[in-house]
Write a protein of this length. Structure first.
Length: 424
RNA sequence: GGUGAGGUGGCCGAGCGGCUGAAGGCGCUCCCCUGCUAAGGGAGUAUACCCUUAUCCGGUAUCGAGGGUUCGAAUCCCUCCCUCACCGCCA
């Protein structure tokens, strides 16, 4: 959520910046509601003040044993007027909140203009895509040939976009999780955290998935209104919801969870293989920082994700998302895209964002600043990395002519010293 | 799932229809005293919003959440959520 005061004071500025991401701010409606709200709030509060005052005098009169009937008569119609004003105020406030909750974050100055992912701007590249002297195969062919990936059984058990993995492929998948966790904990200074995989509506509202993006989520058919998490961002960031945090900052968490996405609206996209599944593993980095430190923190956080790619020797590039492609809650996002030989292109493997105080305001996540006053934190997160996509990119980039997969050096200690996956 | 006890400020804890935004304690901040340390004395110490040139003053709301009763609710009633204890079931 944006700061209502900012919208009130500089609506033109805000509208201009939001236009960069293709969002049109309805200033007229906003002003109208704001004016009504102000009027109704003053009226309501005046009536409440009146009621409080007369109630108090009734109490005092009664204590002295005076006749209170005249006083009671005097306030007889107050209740009705108050209910009226309150009802109207609630209605206006609800409308206002709905509108505010639907406004996306303001893009940072550095975010380039653009409509779609085609307008994202490349910032850097690392590593050189390998030259193959044989026909490259994609991870589906390779994985199935090694009896490590089984999409048919996944479809039988559940449906499309689910996979079963076995043996050394499954082990490499698990090794990646351990490797990423350990690296972020031991070398990048993150604290490990384990959270629920099922969350309530308040949590999803806090990080911005609700109310606008319900269709991307798996909702459980229970009366509590629970959802499967689409990313660890939701439970981890919400650990500080409704808190005034008084520990050390920055607070950096790394968390491995499965992620569940309904992928509604992505029919026909990436239907083959493990690129886009309903269930996938991710190691997520989440940071809570002081406002003045969030810009630097985004550079550091994306660097931590890049370290994983580099140590696995996977070629990648870093892009900054343009206004049209950036997520609802983010002020600035870097995507890391790994090289996929079978597609002859770079594909997203990590997304690192600075949300500034947008999520914190929704969540009321605060800390005490140097003056001891509660102030909104800044939140950031990024994949470090998406495990399924890392696995498939290793399979493709490390494939050998005979269909075996070389195991990256960094992973060998996690796989009992294994140097290649041969499928036998 | 059953039974019982609870959910009050940064923390502990009193209040059980009006003078309670909330006693008392702890913690924290400032001041005083004390030749170190320890101890002692005093003052202050919630959040959000509205009004306002103003972090002055004033107003409103908030005692788990939402409803209700009442002129008036932290206090009474209803529903829900959560915590703890015991029982049952169970990875």
């Amino acid at each position: 959520m944006l700061d209502p005061k900012l919208i009130r004071n500089e609506p033109e500025q805000v509208a201009k910046r939001l236009a960069l991401r293709g969002y049109q701010l309805d200033i007229n409606t906003l002003n109208n509601l704001e004016e009504q709200r102000k009027m109704l709030q003053v009226e309501t509060e005046n009536l409440q003040a009146e009621r409080n005052k007369s109630s108090k005098s009734i109490g005092q009169a009664k204590a002295k044993g005076e006749d209170i009937q005249p006083l009671l008569d005097a306030v007889a119609d107050l209740g009705g007027k108050l209910d009226d004003a309150k009802g109207q105020l609630d209605k206006v406030q609800d409308q206002m909140n709905d509108l505010l909750a639907g406004i996306p974050n303001i893009p940072d100055e550095s975010v380039p203009a653009g409509k779609s992912e085609d307008d994202n701007v490349e910032i850097s590249r690392w590593g050189n895509p390998r030259k193959f002297d044989f026909d490259v195969r994609d991870h589906v062919d390779l994985g199935e040939a090694l009896n490590g990936m089984d999409f048919e059984t996944g479809a039988k058990i559940t449906g499309s976009r689910f996979v079963v993995m076995r043996d050394q492929i499954a082990r490499m998948h698990r090794a990646l999780i351990q490797y990423m966790l350990n690296t972020h904990i031991d070398e990048h200074g993150y604290r490990e955290i384990y959270t629920p995989y099922i969350v309530n509506r308040d949590s999803l509202r806090g990080t911005g998935q609700l109310p606008k993006f319900e269709e991307d989520l798996f909702r459980l058919d229970v009366e509590q209104g629970y959802y499967l998490i689409p990313t660890a961002e939701v439970p981890v960031t919400n650990t500080l919801r409704d808190e005034i945090y008084d520990g050390e900052l920055p607070l950096k968490y790394v968390c491995h969870t499965p992620c569940f996405r309904s992928e509604a609206g992505s029919y026909g996209r990436d239907v083959r293989g493990m690129i886009r599944q309903h269930q996938f593993e991710k190691v997520e980095l989440v940071q809570f920082v002081k406002p003045e430190e969030s810009d630097d923190a985004l550079e550091a956080l994306s660097g931590h994700a890049q370290n994983i790619l580099q140590s696995l020797e996977l070629p990648y590039r870093k892009v900054i998302l343009c206004g049209g492609d950036i997520g609802f809650s983010a002020a600035k996002t870097y995507d890391l895209e790994v090289w996929l030989p079978s597609q002859n292109t770079y594909r997203e493997i990590s997304s690192c964002s600075n949300f500034r105080d947008f999520q914190a305001r929704r969540m009321k996540a605060r800390y005490r600043n140097s003056e001891g006053k509660p102030e909104l934190l800044h939140t950031l997160n990024g994949s470090g990395l998406a495990v399924g996509r890392t696995l498939l990119s290793i399979i493709e980039n490390y494939q050998q002519e005979d269909g075996s997969i070389e195991v990256p050096e960094a992973l060998r200690p996690y796989m009992g010293g294994l140097e290649a996956i041969t499928g036998s």
